[in-house]
Design a protein around this ligand. Structure first.
Ligand code: FE2
Length: 669
């Protein structure tokens, strides 16, 4: 009873306002107030004040209901509410984080902001159920392909919940970036030219203006073996290399083959024992269907193996390459001592395999598709005032939009992958399925993954060094927040919403694959901390590591050919420059590939940097302090990364991708 004083904030984006009416009812533990109209003029960025009088004794406020009513003659548009603060007649202040759009004629239940895990038989749980039922209607699962994570049931971005769609600013800059870059190559006639390249240097002329310092440097040093090796640690895909203590049986590299490459140490077995030998094995590509036609030409792919040696100067150098998994006369082991063209082409085949595995398994599956599952399960299983919802929600922004776009334009039938990639058409789904069979929980957790691959001590591994610092900062932040809400292991075990969330991710994301080691439930506080760190890291830093350098490393196409249009060499001494030009992608295939990696590396506007949380979901002081501590730690990491980059391994080749200042909070591109 009495007068409640309301402060209502409309979103700051230009499209956040509306001329539609917004009404409200307040929900307390003892009752609900009648619906009251607040206003029909909502200006972006404006904070408005209202009084709501009620004769009903509401008791302690727990939620409110917002209603948006459309007008017959007004242009219907959505309203974005940021927050509502309410002062009760007794002077108590309640905070309601909204941070959602309401579009059309609709209503929205908003919980009071205090984060809470479910307490059974509480009135709050009724409202949690009401909110979740609505979310489950909006966020439905769909089978994407057999053996692949489920995805959102939306054929087009317009089918997505309004809250998941790009803002006007983001959509606009996304299209402008693509349009400007596309115009140049259209005018040059490159996009329609189905010829082979006439010489390698012409490849550098695709774009006049779209270039980076790193892409220019790569075009200069791409032939160097030490750069080829460097990319396994600090390129687009630092995920495949592992220490080799024993040669695989199907890769019969002998002492005599590599003696000349091992400098003063001519003993391969001694170098294996010393931990200086590493292996990149693309076995996963064996048996994958290959794109049968690009520009009407059959395409080829191999499942190569590459042996690398860490030399006394701490440089990683390839010392043997086999272009297939079955040794024999038809699959010679190529060596640095072979002819220049033989060795160059062998390395190109490895880089071609790298392109397929990087884009399909480590970029698409391990970041985009898993992040999508985290998003859908979060909306379906966690009410918005659940602390885990509040931790993860900033890291799920725009993922459904970019993935829906990707399914339609990139990886779907007739999409860009079909036009440029060796695994296009039937190959992608098969490779994703094989990738899923190999997913492990340790592989998704950076510190465990580095140890499992034997890479704890290899020098100049900046993905590991920067990634570990970020992982630790995240883990510390998550741990503080989790311990604020979960006072015991039992409270983790007995939180039905949390357990349903983990179980749904296990079922829909990891297809209940027990051997993966992915948890299907969480038993204690430390398991929850690790799990949440994995989720946040994957959506932010891991995606940045495999996404942001795409143009830098692939702009010089011979360093990452997306497909090959001649079969791999079956003997030595026959490769010429012409063989290489006849094998590399055609002019238009190269150009389309470059256009895409330019677009995907060049983040559009409307970005949120790692740890910057503009939306205040946590309304209590303690978690807000933990967020500030997290930001301070990330600032220290950023300083260290910038200092380290003053002395890069190769001049003009700093490792840029895991500086927290440039990492996006979520998978949004
Ligand atoms: Fe991406």
């Amino acid at each position: 009873m009495g007068t409640f004083k309301l402060t209502v904030a409309t979103g700051r984006d230009v499209q956040a306002g509306t001329l539609d009416s917004i009404c409200i009812s307040l929900i307390g533990r003892k009752g609900e107030s009648p619906k009251k109209k607040l206003s029909h003029v909502w200006v972006p960025g404006k904070v408005s004040y209202f009084d709501v009088k009620t004769d009903v004794d509401l008791g302690e406020l727990v939620a409110l209901r917002l209603y948006k009513q459309t007008h017959v003659f007004a242009i219907p548009n959505a309203w974005y509410g940021e927050y509502i603060h309410i002062t009760s007649p007794s002077g108590r202040i309640y905070q309601f984080p909204v941070y959602q759009w309401i579009s059309g004629k609709a209503s929205l239940l908003v919980h009071e902001g205090t984060g809470s895990i479910l307490s059974m038989n509480d009135i709050i749980s009724e409202h949690r159920t009401e909110q979740l039922e609505k979310e489950r209607d909006a966020y439905k699962w769909k089978v994407y392909a057999p053996g692949v994570p489920y995805c959102i049931d939306a054929a087009d971005i317009t089918d997505l919940p309004y809250n998941e769609q790009f803002s006007g600013v983001k959509r606009g800059s996304f299209l402008v970036n693509l349009g400007v870059a596309g115009l140049e190559v259209v005018l040059k006639g490159l996009i329609t030219c189905t010829d082979s390249w006439k010489n390698l240097d012409d490849i550098a002329t695709i774009f006049c203006f779209n270039r980076t310092d790193v892409s220019d440097e790569v075009a200069q040093i791409w032939r160097e073996d030490s750069f080829f090796g460097y990319q396994y640690l600090n390129g687009n895909n630092p995920m495949i290399i592992r220490k080799c203590l024993q040669l695989p049986e199907n890769f019969p590299v002998s002492d005599s083959m590599v003696a000349a490459s091992l400098g003063t140490s001519t003993d391969l077995h001694k170098e294996l024992e010393n931990g200086n030998i590493f292996l990149a094995d693309y076995k996963i590509l064996e048996g994958i269907p290959v794109n049968d036609s690009i520009n009407g030409k059959k395409q080829y792919m191999t499942a190569p193996m590459c042996l690398l040696w860490k030399d006394p100067q701490d440089q990683l150098r390839p010392i043997a390459i086999q272009l297939g998994q079955t040794p024999g006369d038809q699959t010679p082991i190529f060596l640095p001592s072979d002819s220049e063209w033989d060795w160059m082409l062998a390395k190109m085949w490895v880089r071609n395999a790298e392109f397929q595995v990087h884009q399909t398994v480590y970029h698409l599956l391990h970041t985009h598709l898993f992040a999508e599952v985290f998003n859908i399960a979060t909306h379906r299983q966690l009410p918005r005032n659940h602390p885990v919802f509040k931790i993860v929600i900033p890291h799920l922004r725009y993922t459904l939009d970019i993935n829906t776009l990707a399914r339609k334009e990139l990886i779907g039938p007739g999409g860009v992958f079909d036009q440029i990639m060796a695994v296009g058409k039937q190959g992608i789904a098969v490779l994703l399925k094989k990738g899923m069979e190999e997913v492990t929980y340790s592989g998704l957790c950076l510190p465990d993954d580095i140890t499992a691959r034997g890479l704890d001590s290899i020098p100049n591994f900046f993905y590991r060094d920067d990634g570990k610092m970020i992982w630790e900062a995240m883990e510390s932040f998550v741990s503080s927040v989790v311990q604020h809400y979960y006072k015991s292991d039992e409270s983790v075990r007995s939180d039905p919403e949390l357990q349903a969330w983990v179980a749904e991710i296990y079922e829909k994301g990891f297809l209940s694959n027990q051997s993966s080691g992915i948890p299907s439930s969480l038993e204690d506080v430390s398991s929850l901390v690790k799990y949440l760190t994995m989720v946040i890291f994957r959506c932010s830093a891991q995606h940045a590591a495999v996404n942001s350098g795409q143009f830098d490393f692939y702009a010089w196409m011979p360093n990452g050919p997306s497909s090959m249009k001649s079969p791999p060499p079956t003997s030595k001494g026959v490769t010429t420059l012409q063989t290489i030009l006849d094998t590399l992608p055609d002019v238009n295939t190269t150009t389309i590939g470059l256009l895409i990696v330019w677009q995907l590396s060049k983040e559009p506007k409307d970005r949120r940097r790692l740890g910057k949380y503009r939306d205040v979901h946590f309304t209590e002081a303690a978690p807000q302090n933990y967020i500030e501590e997290f930001q301070d730690k990330l600032a220290v990491v950023s300083k260290k990364v910038i200092e380290r980059n003053q002395t890069p391994v190769f001049p003009n080749l700093p490792y840029l991708y895991l500086d927290p200042n440039v990492i996006e909070n979520s998978v949004s591109i």
